[in-house]
Design a binder for this molecule. Structure first.
Ligand code: NDP
Length: 798
């Protein structure tokens, strides 16, 4: 071909990466792999194996051992035995291991990149330039956190042996996101990669041996979902970190509901990609290519919902189709390909079914019409899917709501920024969002309104080890990466033995006491800033410690909770109020509680039977606690991350939204305030269910709220059977978070019943807290519980 002809056609020549390095490595192992447990390679006890194929060619790459129950038991045992020594190493010693891992990964980066491409089907351009460099960065960055652990997290400690379950879309990258922080924090690990993509994890295990990582610190069990399930149900694993589908996330949450296991879930998404009319449209189109055709769209945070302002929609769609036509789909090992193969035929079929569904729903389809490679083995269609665009999509349609997990973009239009936000948030998910506008004011105005854990302004799919990643809503909870991610692998250091042992004896009403009570003494519910009669019209007796009748409380039910949740949603202005304002209101609350200190002391004494001295201490501690949260309200600030790019990522601490709080019986005023204060200091609005026997403390408290300028609807109090009301809150899909301090059964129920919308949950797991202990019951840990981190990426420069 003449040069002039090349200029005319601009055709690409093949640019294949040499697979020899990876093939040699497979050959060296006779294409057979065992499990990596306690620093040694072993076969699965069942003798079962499964094969892993190259999705691009359909050819088998290797046979891999399938870990069963006794293998998982051995791996967990090894991690448990290795934990005390690993934890006891100095931060510096652990930092050296992580650094050594980073160096080895760097040294073998080409092998890792080629192997990943062969096992997963993603392009070599991506594994070489994105996956592996980020993996290395994660180990370097977390070597730093290991070094600084004692000085940066003095109040925290490692959790124990941890189970980690990862998906197939970013196999080694997900390994690094999980293993690096876990080891840096002093935990040991049992990891299960996805069945489709175990090879780079196996190579990583070899590297662990090479650097002399102590046996048992990192254990690898390969196998299907069942292997993961064995880990989830293993009582010696103290945390499960999972990335994958929302359905499996739900199962894991249910399976761990009655345990102490810490849980982080990185689940699916249907992330909006918003283009405003003043955006740099060409950049936005390039951004879209990265958003939805990166990794064949098999990305949890893929920008799969295009929202484009009506005035530029035609132009954008036209340019987009022209750009799509130029995408190159083919052999993933060819360095000039934009898209490679889909992970497996079953996944391709799933994408196709959803595309057919879209057509049935009446959306207009436009597809790339190039030639897709054939399957070398089966001599049929290869495992590829063409870049696909749907227009004329209705926001409620299945393709607009379901995670397709393939190279399929659905587009919709909007007229105003408010409509863009509404459409963007019209999803059960909340993982990421991308906003394109040359007007930075507009972009930064929209970003906080988006229900997503990550917002990219004029960019997309940016990741870094220093910046937390994770979702809102059904996209899961917990953050991976950065300062915020380290907390997920740590727990607060246990404080000393509780000094205050509570006597929680709930007296029974004396028969003679009932008649003495006048109707006026029935305390109502407190909803939307007003006293409200319970829907049922019934009330419940509240009894003093001496058996006399103290009063009556409303017997709240499902409808009262519904009204309270509605009122809490209407108070959303509290979220956007300034932290200074929230602090001022909290100080005022303290002032007003102190004014009524004697009244509360008497109430606590009469109801609970504690001494006057103890009750006075409770009120005094409560006032001090209000001061703490008034102080923290404007000090629980975010961070500015500086990832290796020309730009910043703002890690903002945001309120969760509407929180349900189910309070315990012990220290009724102090425990209630210990839960309420961090929630409202962070800007959440609350539906609070007070202790059933001591609810009069809460109903007295709403008079303090009324005099302290707390806006209507920020705190709603529904009295009644707290276990029953807790169940209603758990099932309510408009409640974003739930805290339950109750019995073990109540806590387990709350975890199980709240998986509908995957609300963020905290429970005391039936263990009594010492509410007088500031370390346990007050401070930043509670502020963190009451908030979620949103990272807003802002590149700069022309
Ligand atoms: P899964 O959620 O099934 O798999 C994720 C990981 O969990 C894998 O290691 C899997 O093992 C394991 N697993 C499966 N079942 C269980 C279980 N009951 N208990 C414990 N672990 C389990 O995702 P899939 O790979 O099946 O993909 C299905 C869909 O999930 C995709 O189409 C996509 O929509 C979504 N997905 C989302 C991802 C994300 O990053 N958010 C990543 C991957 C998928 P194994 O692979 O061996 O079955």
């Amino acid at each position: 071909m003449k040069i002039i002809e090349i200029f005319e056609t601009m055709e690409y020549s093949p640019a294949p990466e040499n697979p020899a390095l990876a093939l040699d490595w497979l050959k060296e192992h006779k294409s057979k792999f065992g499990l990596f447990i306690n620093g040694k390679w072993c076969k699965a006890k069942s003798g079962k194996v499964f094969s892993t194929d190259n999705p691009a060619s359909g050819k088998k790459l290797a046979s891999i051992s399938e870990a069963g129950k006794s293998d998982v038991d051995s791996a967990v045992r090894a991690a448990k035995l290795a934990f005390p020594k690993w934890k006891a190493l100095s931060g510096h010693e652990r930092a050296r291991y992580l650094y050594a891992l980073a160096r080895q990964l760097q040294k073998h980066s080409r092998l890792f990149a080629v192997l990943e491409t062969m096992d997963n089907g993603k392009t070599i351009r991506e594994t070489r330039d994105i996956d592996i460099p980020l993996v290395i960065r994660h180990f370097y960055h977390h070597s730093g956190w290991a070094q600084l652990l004692e000085s940066e997290f003095p109040e925290h400690m490692a959790i124990g042996p941890i189970g980690q379950i990862i998906p197939w879309n970013f196999p080694l990258l997900m390994l690094s996101w999980k293993v690096a922080p876990a080891l840096a924090a002093g935990n040991t690990v049992v990891l299960k990669p996805a069945e489709y993509t175990s090879l780079t994890a196996l190579l990583f295990a070899e590297i662990c041996s090479q650097v002399g990582l102590p046996p048992g610190v990192f254990n690898l069990v390969t196998g299907p979902g069942q292997t993961g399930s064995l880990m989830v149900n293993h009582s010696d694993l103290k945390k499960i970190a999972f990335t994958g589908s929302t359905d499996v996330g739900r199962l894991i949450r249910e399976a761990t509901a009655d345990t102490d296991k810490k849980l982080t879930l990185e689940l699916g998404g249907k992330s909006p990609f918003i283009i405003f009319e003043d955006a740099d449209l060409d950049s936005a189109i390039e951004g879209l290519v990265d958003a939805i055709w990166f990794n064949q769209g098999q990305v949890c945070c893929a920008g799969s919902r295009l929202l484009v302002q009506e005035s530029v929609a035609e132009k954008v769609i036209d340019r987009l189709k022209r750009r799509m036509a130029k995408l190159r789909v083919g052999d993933p090992l060819d360095k000039s390909m934009d898209m490679g193969a889909i992970i497996a035929p079953i996944q391709k079929e799933r994408i196709q079914n959803l595309v057919d569904q879209g057509k049935k729903e009446g959306a207009a389809i436009w597809q790339w019409d190039g030639k897709l490679p054939q399957n070398e083995e089966k001599k049929g269609d290869g495992c590829y899917f063409p870049p696909t665009l749907f227009t004329n999509v209705s926001p409620a349609s299945i393709i607009a709501q379901t995670e397709i997990f393939g190279p399929v973009l659905v587009s919709m239009t909007f007229r105003t920024p408010d409509e863009a936000v509404m459409l963007a948030n019209n999803s059960a998910y909340g993982l990421a969002a991308s906003v394109w506008s040359e007007n930075i004011n507009q972009a930064l105005h929209v970003a906080p309104k988006l229900k997503a854990g990550v917002v990219w302004i004029n960019c997309t799919n940016q990741f870094d080890a220093s910046v937390g990643f994770g979702g809102y809503r059904e996209s899961g909870y917990g953050r991976e990466g950065g300062h915020e991610g380290m907390f997920e692998y740590l727990k607060p250091k246990e404080s000393g033995i509780s000094k205050n042992q509570f006597r929680i004896s709930v007296a029974k009403v004396k028969a003679s006491a009932t008649t003495a009570l006048s109707l006026d003494r029935t305390a109502k519910l407190y909803i939307g800033g007003k006293q409200a009669r319970p829907d049922s019209g019934y009330s419940l007796n509240v009894v003093n410690a001496d058996g006399s009748l103290a009063g009556e409380i409303g017997d709240g039910n499902r409808k009262d909770i519904r009204n309270a949740v509605e009122a809490a949603h209407k108070a959303s202005g509290w979220q956007s109020s300034t932290p200074h304002l929230r602090a001022q209101i909290l100080y005022f609350l303290a002032e007003n509680l102190e004014t009524r200190a004697v009244e509360f002391k008497n109430r606590i004494t009469q109801l609970t039977g504690v001494t006057e001295k103890q009750a006075a201490l409770e009120v005094k501690t409560a006032v001090s606690r209000i001061f703490t949260y008034a102080a923290l309200a404007d000090k629980h600030e975010g961070l500015i991350h500086q990832p290796p790019m020309r730009g910043l990522a703002l890690a903002l601490n945001e309120p969760i939204g509407v929180l349900g709080l189910v309070c315990p019986d012990e220290a009724p005023l102090l425990s209630m305030l210990s839960m309420l204060l961090p929630a409202i200091a962070m800007g959440n609005s609350v539906v609070l269910v007070p202790s059933r026997p001591f609810a009069l403390v809460a109903t007295d408290f709403y008079q303090v709220l009324e005099t302290s300028d707390v806006p209507s609807g920020v705190v709603n109090i529904v009295t009644g059977d707290s276990a029953k009301l807790g169940t209603v809150l758990a099932k309510h899909d408009d409640v974003a978070g739930l805290w339950v301090a109750g019995t073990k059964t109540e806590c387990t129920e709350a975890c199980k019943l709240s998986t509908g919308n995957m609300k963020i949950i905290w429970t005391n797991n039936g263990k009594q807290l010492d509410w007088f202990d500031n370390q346990q019951s007050e401070g930043r840990e509670w502020m963190r519980r009451a908030s979620q981190v949103k990272n807003v990426w802002i590149p700069y420069g022309e």
